[in-house]
Each structure stands twice: as structure tokens, then as C-alpha cells.
Design a protein around this ligand. Structure first.
Ligand SMILES: NC(=O)c1ccc[n+]([C@@H]2O[C@H](COP(=O)([O-])OP(=O)(O)OC[C@H]3O[C@@H](n4cnc5c(N)ncnc54)[C@H](O)[C@@H]3O)[C@@H](O)[C@H]2O)c1
Length: 246
């Protein structure tokens, strides 16, 4: 039984589909009510920044599915802006959506997940939680926080004997609305004539020659959700075709 947040589109939607194909019952949640239910499962409206909604979602999963084995904290947002023109409210909003949501999710789901015996939490960070994200300082700060939050909670849950593994996934630029939005400053500054030109420029930075696809990330999430990774906790897995190591 899996809960995937931010599953109306992008990485979350692909992950919900893949987990369902692998045999899991999937609750796909999103603040955007237009999300489609996976074949095996249902869609639930859920703002991940709201602690009361988290309690309601976990209570609904407990009442309907009776257990929770996999939690994918995927919902997130980006801000592509220079530090000097970012307001404190904008900075805080990114931390609220990207960091507080993950903390709330782990805290609210832990008791139900511990009852499963063996369970897995996968938190979406980014390569910009590992290396600098220029024009993305608020986002980079939030994803660095998700990286360390993951490790701290992994150790705490392991020592407590909850049977809950906690790992983070760090994609490079993924071809989604969020990923493509990172091209906007370069286009606005006249460095690229079009989005297609900017996309091709970024693709050429990947040693593997293309953007990350949602399937690339969903596959790694499936691995971390499965028993194949049963002795991995507090680990960070980078999915970027070697983009960030050059
Ligand atoms: N696309 C990339 O290049 C990239 C790279 C590294 C990491 N990531 C991370 O992967 C995750 C998914 O990104 P994506 O590219 O699929 O983005 P996306 O914009 O395509 O989808 C994000 C989803 O999250 C939902 N969401 C946003 N705020 C929410 C909230 N408060 N409550 C519930 N749902 C909310 C949106 O409605 C949307 O459906 C994010 O955490 C993102 O930071 C993305």
C-alpha cells in the first residue's frame, strides 16, 4: 500500500503508475484536484503544507486500505529567481512546500507505517540539494534540508526499531513543468531564442545526452520502495546521467 504526494502530474504521476503496475495499491494525492486515480487505487485531494490535511489523509488510508508500506514525499515547487529579488515570503513558501511537507508527512505517517513491520519512505530532493542551484537559492536550501532531514530521521527510526527505511532521491533536470521552468531566466535574459533551444542546450550538458525522464526517477523510487533495497536507509541516490559530477 503506497501513498504518493504531488501525483497529479510529472514525477509523482509516473511513480503512482509504476507502483500500481508493480502490484501496489496506490493512493495518489495532490493539491490539484485534477489528478487521475491510478488503475489500482484512488486519488485524494491533499495540500501537503497542512498538518490537519495530513492527519485526515493518513486516517483515510488507515480506515480504507488498513496499512501504509510506502510513502513518497514528492510534492514540491521551485522558484527561479535571484536572491536579491526574492522576498522573505517567497523564500519561506518554498521551505514550507518543500521541507515542512516532508517533515509533516514522516511525522504523521510513522505510527501507521511502523505497524507494517517493514516500510519505506522516499523523499524527493534534487541534485540542487547536493550542489549549488544558481538562481535557485531558496529551492537549493529547501532540497539540502530534505537531504539532511532524510538522514536524521532514517537514523532515528532505525534506532527506534520502527522498521521504516528513509531515503532521498536526487534527480537532475527532469522534463516536467517544474524542470522546464528553470529555463525561463535564460530565455528572459535573451540567452536562448526559444524553449526548444534552451532545452537542447541543457540536454548537451548531460554526458548521457538527454534530460532526465520521469520514468528514470520513478524506477529508482520503485527500487527504494521494494525489498531489493531492504538494507538501505539514510542513503541519497542521484538520478542525473552524470550531469552533476563534471
Ligand atoms: N523536474 C525536475 O527537474 C526536478 C528535479 C529534481 C527534483 N525534483 C523534485 O521532484 C518533485 C516532483 O517534481 P515534478 O518535476 O514532477 O513537478 P511538477 O510541477 O510536474 O509536479 C509537482 C506536483 O506537486 C503538486 N504540488 C505542489 N504543491 C503542492 C502542495 N502544497 N500540496 C500537494 N501537492 C502539491 C503540484 O500540483 C504538481 O502536481 C518535486 O519535489 C521536485 O522538487 C524535480
Amino acid at each position: 500500500m503506497a501513498l504518493v504526494t504531488g501525483a497529479a502530474k510529472g514525477i509523482g504521476a509516473h511513480t503512482a503508475r509504476l507502483l500500481a503496475e508493480a502490484g501496489a495499491t496506490v493512493v495518489a494525492s495532490d493539491i490539484d484536484h485534477g489528478g487521475a486515480a491510478p488503475d489500482r487505487g484512488r486519488f485524494i485531494a491533499h495540500d501537503v503544507t497542512d498538518g490537519e490535511q495530513w492527519k485526515a489523509v493518513i486516517a483515510s488510508v488507515e480506515a480504507t486500505e488498513g496499512r501504509l508500506d510506502i510513502l513518497v514525499n514528492n510534492a514540491g515547487m521551485i522558484l527561479n529567481k535571484p536572491v536579491l529579488s526574492t522576498t522573505l515570503e517567497e523564500f519561506r513558501r518554498v521551505q514550507t512546500v518543500n521541507v515542512e511537507s516532508v517533515w509533516l508527512g514522516m511525522q504523521t505517517a510513522a505510527a501507521l507505517m511502523a505497524r507494517s513491520g517493514e516500510s519505506s519512505i522516499i523523499n524527493l530532493s534534487s541534485i540542487y540539494g547536493q550542489i549549488a542551484g544558481p538562481m535557485q537559492a531558496a529551492y537549493s536550501a529547501s532540497k539540502g534540508a530534505v537531504r539532511m532531514l532524510t538522514k536524521a530521521v532514517a537514523v532515528e527510526f532505525a534506532r527506534a526499531g520502527y522498521g521504516i527505511r528513509v531515503n532521498s532521491v536526487h534527480p537532475g533536470p527532469v522534463d516536467t513543468d517544474l524542470g522546464r521552468s528553470g529555463l525561463a531566466p535564460g530565455i528572459a535574459a535573451g540567452r536562448f531564442a526559444s524553449e526548444a533551444e534552451a532545452k537542447a542546450f541543457v540536454a548537451a550538458q548531460f554526458p548521457m545526452g538527454r534530460w532526465v525522464e520521469t520514468a528514470d526517477v520513478a524506477g529508482v523510487i520503485l527500487f527504494l520502495a521494494s525489498d531489493a533495497s531492504r538494507f538501505m536507509t539514510g542513503t541519497e541516490l542521484t538520478v542525473d546521467g552524470a550531469y552533476s559530477i563534471l
